[in-house]
Design a protein around this ligand. Structure first.
Ligand code: ACO
Length: 322
């Protein structure tokens, strides 16, 4: 016994920033960004907060699930960029939706959604939950250096959410962590301690793009094979691949290595960019609302990020389109 996906939701800020818009603030151009990453535009917070966007995603997932908020047993939020260090975004969402269950945030960078699924699995298996809300929300625009062309063009803001109910649709899940501060890191806010004698690093994302690319490609291929084996299915029997939207070239390289038809890889990187841990639930929701999935479809979710962390899950889709 673990869970089934009962509802999905997502939200993106209303302001759309195109590659041409970015070329006015850093030395870049549409052709470079599209060719190297697959991104044409991204949504960036302007007069909203990431809390507002997370509320919209949570509301939509609850509406789609048709579950009463009083029946939620837990709220898990994955984020590295919420509006408050404390209280957690999960507690803020709890108040907004009018729930009374426990709520907490986790930090596993872009892999946060898969880590949250694994935590949820354990709550269901131990009999401690019947319904769980997961929200993944990130405001990458507050942690990229907007003068640094190699990173600011990659990211967007957004939130995705799922409501999980007791079921048996998680067929396999795998997480990894490997401590590494050199490839991707975001220093914390430094404060203004008059006693600190340390050099203050600005709180911007630092990433070695090439090393991230190699690590991500290897992780997607290995983790897909590993979770397929754990689930006792052939990779060719997977209907849809929902992969962290970091770079279309990483996704296409993995698709070619695994020799899977490209149509099975669902993407929205073109219009949303990399929204960190929100990419998978946003894409899952957009495809759910389009009616892409039919009951019985097998989906593999695959992510990677700072930590270094990776995670993959195989789920069976049982939900019928509303
Ligand atoms: N516009 C124009 N030129 C640029 C830009 C830009 N925005 N950014 C870099 N360049 C230049 C570089 O300066 C370099 O110029 P040089 O050859 O004169 O030195 C050239 O383009 C090539 O730069 P590379 O960094 O080698 O380019 P690469 O092909 O590796 O692409 C990229 C960079 C897109 C970052 C790629 O490495 C990548 O996607 N890596 C993976 C990133 C990732 O997956 N991140 C997600 C995980 S972390 C998370 O999600 C939070």
């Amino acid at each position: 016994m673990n869970f089934t996906v009962a509802g999905t939701g997502s939200a993106l800020p209303k302001k759309v920033i195109t590659n041409d818009d970015l070329s006015k603030i850093v030395d870049t151009d549409d052709e470079w960004i599209k060719k190297r990453t697959g991104i044409s535009s991204r949504h960036i917070l302007s007069d909203e907060t990431i809390t507002d966007i997370a509320f919209m995603a949570a509301d939509a997932a609850i509406a789609d699930s048709k579950i009463d908020v009083a029946d939620l047993d837990l709220i898990i939020v994955s984020t590295v960029s919420s509006d408050y260090l404390t209280p957690s975004l999960a507690c803020i969402i709890q108040g907004h939706i009018g729930a009374t269950c426990p709520a907490f945030d986790i930090s596993a960078a872009c892999t946060g959604f898969i880590y949250a699924l694994d935590i949820a699995k354990n709550y269901f298996q131990s009999g401690n939950a019947k319904n769980i809300l997961i929200v993944s929300a990130d405001a990458m625009s507050r942690i990229v250096d907007w003068t640094h062309r190699s990173t600011c063009v990659l990211f967007g803001d957004g939130a995705g959410a799922v409501v999980l109910s007791k079921g048996s649709d998680l067929l396999a899940i795998k997480l990894t962590s490997e401590s590494n501060l050199d490839i991707i890191s975001i220093p914390h806010v430094t404060g203004n301690s008059p006693f600190s004698e340390l050099k203050k690093d600005l709180s911007y994302i630092k990433m070695d793009g090439r090393e991230t690319y190699k690590f991500a490609f290897a992780a997607i291929c290995k983790n897909t094979n590993d979770v397929a084996q754990l689930a006792g299915i052939d990779v060719n029997d997977i209907d849809y691949f929902i992969t962290h939207q970091a770079n279309i070239r990483i996704i296409e390289a993995a698709q070619q290595r695994m020799n899977v038809p490209i149509e099975k890889f669902l993407n929205n990187i073109d219009s949303a960019g990399n929204t960190s841990s929100a990419t998978i639930p946003i894409l899952l929701d957009q495809e759910n609302k389009k009616g892409t999935f039919k009951p019985g479809d097998i989906l593999v979710l695959n992510s990677f990020g700072a930590g270094l962390t990776t995670g993959a899950a195989i789920i069976r889709w049982s939900k019928t389109t509303n």
